[in-house]
Design a binder for this molecule. Sequence first.
Ligand code: GAR
Length: 203
Amino acid sequence: MIRLAILASGSGSNAENIVKYFSHSDAVEVAAIISNKADAYVLERAKYLRVPSYVMSRADMVGTDKLLNLLRELKTDWVILAGFLVLLPESIVNEYDGKILNIHPSLLPKFGGKGMYGDKVHEAVVAAHEKESGITIHTIDTNYDQGTTVFQAKIRVEPLDNAEKVAQKVHALEYKFYPKVIEDMILGRDFERVVAVEPIGKD
Ligand code: GAR
């Protein structure tokens, strides 16, 4: 079995969706959920999903080898970031070169970078009167913000959509595509790199 470790800092709805997706897989399994926040709801989800979970402070994650050692102990093959807000140290990025996937809730390079996460992204998209938004799934490399985009999917932002509505649409894309793209990447399958879920630019 190919073993995934999911790293998450918050609610963990993507983490749960990924665990459920692979629960019947005979090729891939989620070995653990690791969080830097002791009160993150993702840890509750880990409990009811019966996935081993671990908490480690941001300082330990970035300033020591504890996270790298834990990933090794867990025999982790791929690292999946799902709403994870800590910049991984180079030692981990090097060891898992090309095998760390992240999801970002916008069409990178737009609305990315420091401080751009979760709802802040959707608020910025609405404030900028964007006509489209979406998700970007990318690998992490040692240039941190410049990993390689492996997949994007788009939704239309309607003139009256607020940040909450955009978040809802983007989350739907995340649930639909992230587990599938993870699976395709791991199994080395070909897949479509850009998908427009709704017609864009028809008005
Ligand atoms: C997701 O929308 C994910 O794309 C985003 O955080 C949310 C986590 O939701 N990640 C980032 O903004 C990373 N820069 P979840 O905890 O319910 O899965």
